[in-house]
Design a protein around this ligand. Structure first.
Ligand code: SF4
Ligand code: SF4
Length: 449
């Protein structure tokens, strides 16, 4: 028999994971592209037909109305799993293919999940083979979004992910760029149709009933700390006795984090606490509007207290805006570790969507200057030495950042024009000035050399 694990298209994710969107639609994973949601049985005939036409929101399952079991073992999910077993290449998995072929040595999600969990969950694939793609086992990993409730309106965000941005876009409807106008429209349409999953008692009950196989729950926003649905769900898992077998991964902006929430998280087996902090000082206030840097800083020691079994990480999302000033953030991070003795890791990701925020919009000479500053930092920081518990990853990540900044990438003219237009829109709506916060970009914003 063919060892499906070794084929280039096999992926374990559809055997393990369910990914809910705030409106209740279900995706297979966060990487999947051009995928609106799992189509209902009555609208699905074959994967081939599926890949050739677009599905509307109405043709997709929704956790507000359909059970987890109905979706998990739907015709589509069974066909998708069998396609993975049979090494069929799927267009919607192109992000993983791209990472594997031109990703510069970075593992794709497909590869990293397989490497970490492949052997442990082989039985799920064997079970699916015997049942033509169906699984008696329930999802082991939930990638949960329940709503767009958020206390921030970051420049990189979308109204479907931030209630604050939604309010701002509604107030400025007439001034929005076409891109923002489109995002506002689709958010309003789906809100009117489906509402938020956080408000569905039916889903909460179903989730707790189906919790027996859960190993990991990822909490995404909006902002999880202000979404009461998450805390209801976590408390339900503590009461039912499941919590001690479950790891939590939480992505949060930490501004509204409380010590009661830390106590709830500590009832679980452990997990990963990911504080999303993109920059310091004025750059923070600009990018993660309307937060204030002093408030963000004040809350860092709170999550550093999480107990045994927790990995604590600060994650930077690097966009065109702050890609030339990352060294300022890393100097701050070094102080946290060295002076304040906090055990925190650091990671980063580049914004790849929307493309107006991609670092390719920034001229190479500006990025190279930052790469040089970061190289100097690398050569002197104690964070690359063994005394820092996460030094190996830190070295790897920093080197990856330096290499990317030094890479000549073709600028897409439309994305660059959008960068200027979006910056102008936000500056006007918020009475801010990108040029004041990032003076080294004067030549970009004002056309000066
Ligand atoms: S191959 Fe990649 S995109 Fe496709 S299901 Fe797996 S993780 Fe998701
Ligand atoms: S904190 Fe996260 S969800 Fe909220 S606006 Fe910022 S990016 Fe969006």
């Amino acid at each position: 028999m063919q060892d499906w694990y070794k084929t280039q298209n096999f992926c374990l994710v559809p055997f393990l994971l369910m990914n809910s969107r705030g409106f209740g639609r279900v995706k297979i994973c966060s990487q999947i592209s051009g995928f609106m949601g799992v189509p209902k049985d009555e609208h699905f005939t074959s994967l081939q037909e599926f890949s050739q036409r677009s599905y509307s929101v109405d043709e997709c399952y929704n956790l507000n109305d359909h059970s987890i079991e109905e979706i998990w073992n739907s015709k589509f999910m069974r066909a998708f799993r069998m396609a993975k077993i049979n090494n069929v290449e799927m267009g919607c998995c192109r992000v993983c293919r791209k990472d594997e072929t031109v990703g510069g040595g970075r593992d794709s999600k497909r590869q990293s999940v397989l490497a970490k969990l492949g052997e442990q969950h082989r039985w799920r694939v064997e079970q699916a083979i015997k049942n033509n793609g169906a699984l008696q086992a329930r999802p082991a990993w939930w990638d949960l979004r329940l709503s767009n409730r958020c206390n921030m309106a970051c420049r990189m965000c979308l109204p479907q992910s931030s209630s604050k941005l939604l309010v701002e876009f509604r107030q400025n409807r007439e001034k929005l760029t076409p891109l923002d106008h489109h995002n506002l429209q689709i958010t309003e349409q789906e809100m009117a149709k489906n509402g938020w999953l956080a408000d569905s008692d039916r889903f909460l009950e179903d989730f707790l009933d189906q919790a027996r196989d859960i190993e990991v729950i990822e909490l995404h926003g909006g902002e999880p700390t202000i979404e009461p649905g998450f805390w209801k769900l976590l408390s339900g898992l503590i009461e039912s006795g499941h919590a001690e077998n479950i790891k939590i991964v939480i992505h949060t902006n930490i501004l509204k984090l409380t010590s009661d929430q830390i106590d709830i998280l500590d009832c679980f087996q452990g997990g990963k606490f990911i504080a999303s902090i993109d920059s310091i000082g004025r750059e923070n206030d600009f990018l993660r509007y309307p937060s204030k840097w002093d408030d963000v800083k004040k809350n860092i020691p709170l999550f550093a207290k999480l107990g045994k079994g927790w990995i604590k990480n600060i994650h930077q999302t690097i966009s065109a805006y702050q890609c030339c000033t990352v060294h300022k953030f890393l100097e701050f991070f070094e102080q946290l570790i060295v002076k304040h003795n906090l055990s925190l890791g650091w990671s980063f990701a580049f914004v790849t969507n929307p493309d107006w925020l991609c670092i390719s919009n920034i001229p190479l000479h500006l990025r190279q200057a930052e790469a040089h500053r970061l190289q100097m930092f690398y050569e002197r920081t104690p964070l690359v030495e063994e005394s820092y518990f996460d030094h190996q990853r830190f070295r790897r990540e920093l080197q990856r950042l330096i290499n990317a900044l030094n890479t000549d990438m073709p600028r897409k003219e439309r994305a660059y024009q959008d960068f200027l237009k979006e910056s102008a829109y936000f500056d006007e709506a918020r009475s801010e000035s990108a040029t004041d916060v990032f003076p080294h970009y004067r030549e970009l914003f004002l056309g000066e050399s």
